[in-house]
Design a binder for this molecule. Structure first.
Ligand code: ADP
Length: 381
């Protein structure tokens, strides 16, 4: 008999997974705060890792890798990938749109005040506004577009995003904010769906307890409801594909796809019919490579090989595809929600590929506890 505790009661993924585990006679649920459970579902913002792995003979598994947030914050992702590619002597902006870290003046002043006390901490404080201005000119002079997008480091749901062709407007908008931002090259020529609409692509990835990377074969396109308008960068519903923005601000929400979600099979059909190509040929190889590269970039720092507890984690990788079928990484979410239709595949996958591997069952798999072949919903990279 194994024990589990659920500290995150607000996550649809862990609520669904909890139901699967509760239906399995091998498991018993303990109180929320019990640090001695075998399996512990931590909250996104409260992860007391130091409490685990101290009980002699108690095998423990948590649902986060300690330190993984470095790829889930926009500013840190740029720093991590810059370091990773510098070591390989490669260009960082192969599939990450060219991005620069910009800190508001008040943020820089705060660090300057700390200078005498913590000079080493300051070594990590980057502000790349000079580099951004040079890149802006370079793109403009070579006819590669003048639009850039500014996003705050921990921003979500499209809040506070600015798209502009004026570097001064972008920088002055950042100056008034408390947080560091990235200014990123805006993908001005995205691949468009019927109705000339933009989309982004969400893929779910399970990083298991042995650091194997499992990409869910199904994913979803989050579509915009209004036609893309390259000339009007302020029409937010044609430029930002966040579900909440589309739902709250577009009168056309749900007009083309239910809930503005298109699943891979339908997108594949669109690619075949309109362009004579497919996900398998053009898109998936790029997605696989990017996912792998990002997770391997932090493997040395976050793997649990030397620890006395184990981890797994679900990531949501967001991509855009441009008109030349090139895939670009937009962001990585370390605690993603899951499209309702895909939730059973994701949770059975975690149960079978991770939890049952770490804690083998002596009692036969219950019907309700998920089909034991669900791992075929994933491919291992
Ligand atoms: P948030 O975390 O606030 O959702 P994202 O980085 O995911 O921020 O960006 C929100 C949306 O903005 C994306 O879903 C996409 O539609 C659009 N977007 C983000 N970055 C770019 C980019 N570099 N080029 C074009 N569109 C982008």
């Amino acid at each position: 008999m194994y024990t589990f505790a659920v500290r995150d009661e607000g996550s649809s993924v862990y609520n669904a997974l909890t139901k699967l585990i509760e239906a399995d006679a091998n498991w018993k649920r303990l109180k929320k705060g019990n640090p001695k459970a075998n399996l512990i579902f931590l909250e996104r913002n409260n992860q007391p890792f130091w409490k685990f792995g101290h009980q002699p003979g108690l095998k423990q598994l948590t649902n986060y890798y300690r330190g993984s947030e470095v790829i889930c914050r926009k500013v840190k992702l740029v720093s991590v990938l810059a370091h990773h590619f510098a070591l390989k002597n490669q260009d960082i902006f192969q599939w990450l749109p060219e991005s620069f870290i910009i800190r508001p003046i008040q943020n820089l002043e705060k660090y300057a005040a700390m200078k005498s006390k913590k000079p080493r901490a300051l070594e990590k404080v980057t502000d790349e506004r000079g580099e951004f201005m040079k890149a802006f000119e370079r793109h403009r002079n070579s006819g590669r577009g003048e639009a850039w997008i500014a996003k705050s480091s921990t921003g979500a749901k499209g809040e506070g995003i600015i798209i502009s062709r004026s570097p001064d407007d972008l920088i002055s908008a950042i100056e008034n904010q408390p947080e560091p931002h990235i200014v990123q090259k805006y993908i001005e020529k995205p691949l468009l769906l019927s109705g000339q609409r933009k989309f982004d692509v969400r893929c779910w990835v399970v990083l298991d307890h042995e650091y194997n990377i499992h990409l869910m074969k199904e994913g979803v396109l989050r579509t915009s409801s209004d036609a893309y308008d390259e000339d009007n960068l302020t029409r937010i519903t044609s430029h930002l594909t966040n579900h909440c923005i589309q739902e709250e601000q577009s009168a056309n929400f749900g007009k083309y796809e239910e809930g503005n979600e298109m699943f891979f099979a339908e997108f594949d059909g669109f690619l075949k019919k309109k362009y004579g190509t497919s996900m398998v040929d053009k898109i998936l190889p790029q997605i696989r490579m990017i996912v792998k590269e990002c997770l391997l970039a932090i493997k040395e720092d976050i793997n649990t090989d030397h620890l006395s507890y184990q981890s797994f984690q679900v990531f949501g990788f967001d991509f855009m595809i441009d008109a030349a079928f090139k895939v670009w990484l937009i962001e990585i979410n370390g605690a993603p929600a899951c499209a309702k239709r895909l939730l059973p595949q994701l949770t059975s996958g975690i149960f079978n590929m991770v939890i049952k591997q770490v804690f083998p069952s002596d009692i036969a798999c219950d019907e309700q506890a998920g089909d034991c072949t669900e791992e075929c919903a994933f491919e291992t990279l």
